[in-house]
Design a protein. Structure first.
Length: 390
């Protein structure tokens, strides 16, 4: 989809459809399942000589758990007549899918939701009618709330999914944690000078990264050194995690969030990445999940929902580094998922009450006047439509 962007105060986002890339990792096991070992991954966010090594498949194991069976492919027709796709995550109980607000605020007719989509074939298919898509009450579209931590929607499926385990939600702020990401987006390489392509669109892809900082902390720090940045604490009615695509084996300059932290007072820390395991979201992964491992319960928890991406450094001067006087963070300005780029995901730990009120109607919903007061404090943010044409 052609992205639409505008420049406002607060966070200057550059267009990048939400999706994700990675590379090598799966191997057959005696049980016939697939196992992904983080130590053997080599995700450059794209196609390799053996692309089957980085696609996720039904039953594929991560830390001994079939972690990504609940990741959904969403296909729908928008009001402009185009057919688009996003990603989502099946919630515990099997009746609902959590996705991004911008994936559900403009579809017409019924949305198709597919699980176990591999080699162009789904193992489970459901539909969602317009009346069964619930947007977060504070989601006002990208121009008004792209980075406010409310880019969320809940889809009620035409029938519950009973043969796939839905995800429990993380209840903690997960900044600093490594996460597993997944979605049905584009594929490309981190060092390419061109954008990703859809040559491997019949499969879902996965990778790893680290939540470095929240957008609220990031913007407050940048506001302290960039005149007119426009930080407004009342704007952040939820939490957005930010990650960068580090190149540990290459230029340290690609550590965009680390470099920006250094010139804004070191309000956060950002390492040089996970080496061969590092990846980033890109076009089509909008609404897909970021999962953190809970050793105590032996399961992957849904921590956040893919929302947006931002080029680390661009030729038109609107890259993240440009605003704080840095250069060379991202040397591939035409590729929205290359080393040095950033991404944002909407956290779920502080959205539990709203999510529960939708999936369990017995839970009281916040009073309308409460949301009205919160809306009064919303700031504006630059944005782009982050879904891709199927």
């Amino acid at each position: 989809m052609t992205s639409k962007s505008s420049m406002k105060s607060i966070l200057k986002l550059s267009a990048l459809t939400a999706a994700l890339f990675v590379a090598q990792a799966a191997m057959a096991t005696p049980s016939g399942l697939l196992s992904a070992d983080i130590g053997s991954l080599t995700p450059t966010t794209g196609n390799t000589s053996s692309p089957s090594n980085w696609r996720f498949a039904p039953g594929q194991l991560f830390n001994g758990v079939a972690a990504l069976d609940g990741v959904a492919l969403l296909e729908f027709t928008a009001s402009d007549g185009g057919t688009y796709a996003c990603s989502g995550s099946l919630l515990q109980g099997g009746a609902y899918v959590l996705t991004a607000g911008h994936c559900a605020d403009d579809f017409v007719g019924n949305m198709t939701v597919m699980f176990g989509y591999y080699n162009g074939v789904a193992s489970v298919t459901r539909t969602v009618s317009q009346g069964n898509a619930t947007l977060h009450p504070l989601w006002q579209g990208f121009d008004n709330s792209a980075d406010a931590g409310t880019d969320l929607a809940i889809l009620k499926l035409s029938a519950p999914v009973t043969n796939i385990q839905g995800y429990k939600l993380s209840t903690t702020n997960d900044v600093g944690k490594t996460f597993l990401m997944a979605g049905y987006g584009t594929s490309g390489t981190a060092t390419s000078s061109t954008g990703p392509n859809w040559n491997d669109g019949n499969y879902g892809h996965y990778g790893y990264n680290t939540f470095d900082v929240t957008s609220k902390t990031f913007n407050q720090a940048v506001d302290s050194v960039v005149a007119g940045w426009g930080y407004n604490a009342a704007y952040y009615t939820g939490t957005t995690y930010m990650s960068d695509f580090d190149n540990a084996s290459g230029a340290a300059a690609n550590n965009t969030l680390g470099r920006i932290a250094g010139v804004t007072g070191n309000a956060w820390t950002s390492g040089t990445g996970l080496g061969a395991n590092e990846a980033l979201i890109a076009g089509g992964d909008s609404g897909g999940g970021d999962f953190v491992w809970d050793a105590a319960s032996g399961q992957w928890l849904l921590s956040a929902v893919h929302s947006w991406g931002w080029n680390g450094n661009q030729t038109n001067g609107t890259g993240a580094c440009d605003f704080v006087g840095l250069t060379g963070c991202d040397t591939r300005p035409n590729n929205g998922s290359s080393y040095g780029d950033l991404s944002g995901s909407t956290a779920v730990f502080d959205q539990q009450a709203w999510i529960n009120s939708v999936v369990n109607p017995a839970v009281p919903v916040p009073e309308p006047e409460t949301y009205a007061l919160m809306l009064a404090g919303l700031g504006l943010v630059a944005a782009a439509a982050r879904r891709r044409r199927a």
